[in-house]
Design a protein around this ligand. Structure first.
Ligand code: URA
Length: 258
């Protein structure tokens, strides 16, 4: 259900400027709703997803209203942090989106040197539902290894007894699908720090490259290039919480790309 808000507050919180600046934009006829210039800056309206199709600001389609969920193809070398020194994933989004309130944040993190499917949202409840350990949302990684698998890893990862250095509890059972002697998919349901790299380290191997291609049954679309992002619709958000049908199933791929 969407919240009813004042137009000037809504657009200010979406990063379009201060409320006073939004009021000036209204006076200048720069905000249109259903094709007609808005004249009342404090008019009340529902901050519903369809506003994106109905409203323009300075002739441009409105940014996604609050409740946004994004899928980003995280490239190597960018950090999932709001304040690190290096390049941040947020720099891949339009500059205005960095001033939004509530802020758009990553749902969990990928290491700087991990690429692939990263979700972002301004919806705190959704964020917590996805990262909650109780939900067991499966995340699939393609790992490229320094040494060939020795054949014991599938059972060791599935056992639920593997201890990672520095932890006091074994990792939950995880599914390893070898693809070649040095590449494999690993599906985990927890989100421990450097989990995949540490799991392979625990069995005497080393991860040379890591890429996440799936969360739940939501797959990273082949045509979403590194650094590109798309808005998720309701169907894709539901897919996050549904288990993939079978290994190798591509899952839903339709996103509104930017
Ligand atoms: N496990 C890792 O080791 N790194 C990631 O980025 C994600 C999972």
């Amino acid at each position: 259900m969407s919240v009813v808000v004042r137009l000037d507050r809504l657009l200010a919180n979406m990063g379009y400027g201060s409320r006073r600046e939004v009021q000036q934009m209204v006076r200048a006829g720069q905000i249109r709703l259903d094709g007609t210039a808005v004249t009342v800056a404090d008019m009340k309206l529902a901050a519903a997803p369809d506003l994106r199709e109905r409203m323009t600001v300075r002739g441009q389609k409105l940014d996604p209203p609050p409740g946004v969920v994004l899928m980003l193809h995280k490239p190597l070398g960018v950090t999932c942090s709001h304040k690190d020194a290096g390049p941040l994933v947020y720099s891949l989004l339009p500059a205005r989106w960095r001033s939004r309130e509530p802020a758009i944040s990553t749902i969990g993190r990928l290491d700087k040197e991990t690429s692939g499917l990263l979700l972002l949202t301004d919806d705190g409840d959704l964020l917590h539902r996805i990262i909650s350990p109780k939900r067991h949302v499966p995340k699939r990684y393609l790992a490229t290894l320094a040494r060939p698998l020795d054949g014991t890893e599938v059972a060791r990862f599935a056992a639920g007894t593997l201890m990672l250095e520095g932890d006091d509890k074994p990792v939950a059972p995880a599914v390893l699908e070898p693809l070649s002697p040095t590449t494999a998919y690993l599906t985990v349901t927890e989100g421990r720090y450097h989990q995949v790299r540490r799991m392979f380290a625990a069995v005497g191997n080393h991860v040379d490259a890591l890429h996440r291609d799936r969360i739940g049954s939501l797959a990273l679309p082949d045509d979403l290039a590194p650094g590109a992002y798309g808005l998720l619709g309701e169907g894709e958000v539901v897919a996050i919480f549904s288990a993939p049908d079978a290994p190798g199933d591509p899952g839903p791929a339709a996103v509104e790309s930017n």
